[in-house]
Design a protein around this ligand. Structure first.
Ligand SMILES: C[S@@+](CC[C@H](N)C(=O)[O-])C[C@H]1O[C@@H](n2cnc3c(N)ncnc32)[C@H](O)[C@@H]1O
Length: 300
């Protein structure tokens, strides 16, 4: 498997859910959702969405994120693909440029390609991809890894160009997830499948710009409870969150993820909308072979 197909997203994302892709594929196969629209109201790095799109599981991928920088990046990649790739190609990956991009990110006027590129640059050069965090190698660049350790220009440009070629099947938006989810009830008779990955209850504040408080978590739980489409929601396993989904089928699982400098085993939880068949293997444990077998059975 090439780097390109293993990591479809040009963005690194703390707690990125790429490891759930096989589970989501299995879920789509077992619930007859292959070929329908696939929706991520909290898209972030959107790695699950891109895999499903490229491999034909999703007809269209709907990518929504409220963060202006994240949205500007996806918008630039989709609508100004050549200009974004040219910027990546010609911009040196140095501390001087890092300081410039940090100024851009912190400027309220920044928008469009300028903001999209700054988001990308800082995501690829900061520790764990945290836009507002510290640079890999430290400000004095004395660490064992340097600023460009995660900045393979050719590979990243290739991922962005691939996305550009699929732009006709990507629908991008920049809304608050609660309103965005509610709008799905007014649209399309065909079932779409929604995967919600809200900021974590516990760790949100440190990792993302937009973090939720308890009321926000409750609001999104309320929104999905009346949703006419099948959905799943993933979270950190916390009693405060479980209490918001009293009637949903629930599974707990472990997903190893990288955040800040240490790797830790997180206790994760997933909720399923009424009537969804839940695949047997745990999310994170589903192998490509299991997905292929399920696909063969579907086609037989
Ligand atoms: C846990 S991350 C999603 C990670 C993603 N699943 C991945 O694999 O890369 C949560 C995302 O929700 C976005 N977000 C935070 N608050 C939001 C809101 N109210 N509406 C929509 N998106 C929001 C953040 O910008 C962040 O990108």
């Amino acid at each position: 498997m090439t780097q390109l197909s293993r990591y479809p997203s040009p963005l690194r994302y703390p707690g990125g859910k790429g490891k759930l892709t096989n589970f989501v594929k299995l879920l789509m196969i077992e619930n007859d959702l292959v070929g329908h629209d696939y929706v991520e109201p909290y898209a972030g790095g959107a790695s699950v969405a891109l895999s499903l799109l490229y491999e034909g599981y999703a007809d269209r991928a709907f990518i929504n994120d409220l963060n202006p920088g994240i949205h500007a990046f996806w918008s630039s990649a989709l609508t100004q693909t050549d200009a974004l790739c040219a910027l990546i190609e010609k911009t040196p990956v140095t501390m001087d440029v890092w300081h410039e991009q940090r100024q851009i990110i912190n400027s309220p006027e920044a928008q469009g390609l300028e903001l999209g590129f700054a988001t990308f640059f800082l995501n690829r050069t900061n520790r764990s991809g945290i836009i507002g965090g510290g640079v890999i190698g430290g400000l004095d660049q004395t660490g064992p890894w340097k600023i460009d350790a995660r900045y393979n220009k050719d590979g990243l440009i290739e991922r962005i160009r691939k996305l550009g070629r699929h732009r006709g099947r990507v629908v991008l938006s920049n809304e608050d997830a609660v309103e965005y989810v509610a709008a799905w009830n007014d649209s399309a008779a065909d079932p779409a499948f929604l995967y919600l990955d809200p900021p974590y209850f516990e760790k949100g504040e440190g990792l993302y710009d937009n973090f939720y408080d308890a009321a926000d978590h409750a609001q999104i739980a309320e929104s999905v409870s009346t949703l006419a489409h099948p959905w799943i929601v993933s979270y950190d396993a916390r009693p405060e969150i479980t209490a918001l989904y009293p009637d949903a089928t629930t599974i707990r699982y472990g997903l190893t993820y990288s955040a800040a400098t240490k790797r830790s085993k997180g206790a994760e939880i997933m909720f399923f909308s009424d009537g969804l068949a839940v695949p047997e293997p745990m999310p994170g444990d589903v192998t490509t072979k299991q997905v292929d077998t399920a696909k063969r059975l579907l086609l037989a």
